[in-house]
Design a protein around this ligand. Structure first.
Ligand SMILES: [Zn+2]
Length: 286
């Protein structure tokens, strides 16, 4: 049950929050409590929550950053791979009162592989950056596009079924020097050309007409509320920018364009700047 008590500064602190369906992505229906903020989801690093704020709530923030509220009071927020163990939601109610809610974000045991070889010397050359910078600019421009997509409300489906050949968050450490962690989930289907589908409703915000240096043929889908998916290394993209796509609709074909050693779909999900684990949106592959 929700218990609200007034604390110094006029902020209502809520003990005994309403958390529904903590582990199963299927059980995500949030029901507003008698007062305060209700939420449910995968409350862990790389995970997410969907919730509802009291009617008339003017503003919602997560650790100070604004969280969009839909007209029905529903909202979505998520936790970066390296999110701290607790996060705080603050809602400014219709009457101006502030309600706060602390969320415990469970840590994950990321797959870390120690390798006894020196890391390849890094640093991009000037020539490389001449090609790379416009690609990065385009990705960043796509990510800030606001669309009316409603996929953020849905339980995601797998874009393709196959062997999971790379997990989100895994990282190599070269003689103590950590490399960038794997930002997505790799699905290997063995051959190029296998179709893949939209995991949730969305709007196409980037459809590369020629391969990017690293991502190859890159397809990005906005799911609304700051949530988006990227699909890398496609052999073919079957939709165009601005298209509305439905969950389950074929949107491209798996390939190995860009930096890839074999045909696979690299699927990454971001919410604003937070990098998320796709498996926490779908549940295990059946
Ligand atoms: Zn990958």
């Amino acid at each position: 049950m929700l218990k609200a008590s007034l604390v110094a500064g006029g902020i209502l602190a809520i003990a005994g929050l309403v958390v529904l369906g903590g582990t199963s992505p299927a059980a995500t229906t949030a029901v507003a409590g008698p007062s305060g903020i209700a939420y449910a989801g995968e409350v862990t690093q790389g995970g997410w929550v969907r919730g509802k704020v009291p009617q008339g709530t003017r503003l919602l923030t997560l650790d100070g950053a604004p969280v969009k509220i839909a007209s029905d009071g529903a909202w979505f927020a998520a936790f970066d791979r390296d999110a701290k163990p607790s996060a705080t939601l603050v809602a400014t109610l219709a009457d101006g009162r502030k309600v706060s809610q602390t969320i415990a974000v469970a840590p994950r045991a990321w797959q870390i592989e120690n390798v006894d070889i020196a890391r390849k010397p890094g640093g991009a050359t000037e020539d490389f950056m001449k090609i790379r910078q416009p690609e990065l600019d385009r990705i960043n421009a796509a990510r800030v596009l606001q669309t009316d997509a409603q996929g953020w409300r849905q339980h995601f489906v797998w874009p393709a079924k196959g062997r999971i050949s790379g997990r989100f968050g895994s990282q190599r450490v070269y003689r103590g020097e950590p490399a960038a962690y794997h930002s997505g989930l790799d699905i290997a289907t063995g051959t190029s050309g296998t179709p893949f589908v939209a995991p949730a409703d969305g709007v196409v915000i980037l459809a590369a007409e020629k391969p990017f240096t690293l991502e190859g043929n890159l397809l990005m889908i906005d799911h609304g509320m700051g949530l988006n998916s990227a699909f890398l290394h496609c052999s073919q993209i079957l939709v165009k920018e601005g298209d509305h796509v439905k969950q389950g609709q074929v949107i491209g074909r798996i390939g190995m364009t860009g930096r890839a050693t074999g045909p696979h779909l690299h699927w990454s999900i971001k919410w604003n700047d937070a990098r998320l684990d796709p498996i926490l949106f779908t549940g295990p592959m059946n």
